[in-house]
Design a binder for this molecule. Structure first.
Ligand SMILES: Nc1ncnc2c1ncn2[C@@H]1O[C@H](COP(=O)(O)OP(=O)(O)OP(=O)(O)O)[C@@H](O)[C@H]1O
Ligand SMILES: [Mg+2]
Length: 274
């Protein structure tokens, strides 16, 4: 059922977490006075895990997600991505990680309003320097996965909120990232649309992606294997990892392998949904 991961599933140690934050602090020091948004967060996530992050508004969830997604850096503490300290990565390596290894679904969709749906989805591939035909092919593929293959020519404003969110998910997936981060992906959606989005995430989990999802909704968090609660910039409670083993196909070797070898065609397999 996981056709394309077999080649990656070597023996090798399974102990290095793909995400490992050690005593991470984040202080925003914008004009109006410093805000201590994260106060020493330590968190390990194994490859293939599915984690829900919960906590009150302003508790630091998005801040944490931005750091995990390499969109922002800790004020102190260290973030190890597949064993490598992010603070030691060159800006080029970081750009590569952001562009290819991590897919980010933002709390607000962040779609370009004047660009077509197809173009919005292709954007990460353009940054990655992928040619037009390949871009088109892959954009169609992921749009199919989220049930929007027929909307490529529309503008974001011509879609419903749930559809836009699915476009944002397609865009996050188009580079076949091993890690998918989603900040309130069902935030403003009705229950049914939210369920559709969750079904997409459940499928990604089965395919072996590492998923981290922020939500206010306990029912949604229930889809994850682990729930982490943040209060006031600190992890207050960390639910035990589910007993089930992580999907066998994701290995540290894969996480550490050059992107070009791992990203190709993860979505051209037989698990593409109907
Ligand atoms: N760029 C910034 N400059 C200053 N303070 C910030 C900045 N971004 C976030 N904060 C502050 O950091 C704290 C954590 O914010 P964060 O966005 O991480 O919360 P959150 O848990 O995602 O909340 P929500 O559930 O409302 O999205 C808040 O007090 C917020 O006001
Ligand atoms: Mg937030």
């Amino acid at each position: 059922m996981m056709p394309r991961r077999d080649e990656d599933a070597g023996p090798g140690p399974a102990s290095t977490p793909i995400i490992d934050l050690a005593e991470v602090h984040k202080i925003y020091d914008s004009g109006g006075g410093a805000v201590h948004a994260l106060r020493g967060v330590s968190l390990r996530v194994e490859a293939g895990d599915y984690v829900a992050i919960m906590g009150p508004s302003g508790s630091g969830k998005s801040t944490l997600m931005h750091i995990i997604g390499c969109l922002d850096v800790p004020t102190s503490g260290e973030y190890y991505l597949a064993g490598t300290p992010v603070s030691k990565m060159s800006s080029r390596a970081l750009a590569e990680v952001r562009n290819r290894r991590i897919g980010f679904v933002f709390q607000t969709f962040n779609l370009l309003p004047r660009a077509s749906i197809a173009r919005n989805v292709e954007l990460p591939l353009m940054y990655a320097g992928i040619g037009r035909d390949e871009r088109r092919r892959r954009a169609v593929e992921v749009l199919e996965q989220v049930g929007l293959a027929d909307r490529g020519r529309h503008l974001p404003s011509q879609l419903s909120g749930g559809q836009r969110q699915r476009v944002a998910i397609a865009r996050a997936l188009v580079n076949a990232p091993s890690i998918v981060l989603a900040d309130e992906p069902t935030g403003n959606l009705d229950t049914r649309t939210g369920q559709e989005i969750l079904a997409i995430f459940d499928r990604l989990h089965r395919q072996g992606h590492t998923l981290i999802l922020v939500t206010h909704d306990q029912g949604i968090a229930g889809h994850a294997r682990r729930i982490i609660r943040i209060v006031d910039g600190l992890i207050e409670e960390q639910g035990p990892a589910a007993a089930a083993p992580a999907p066998e196909a994701v290995t540290d070797a894969e996480a550490a392998a050059p992107v070009a070898e791992t990203r190709r065609g993860r979505f051209d397999g037989r698990e593409v949904p109907a």
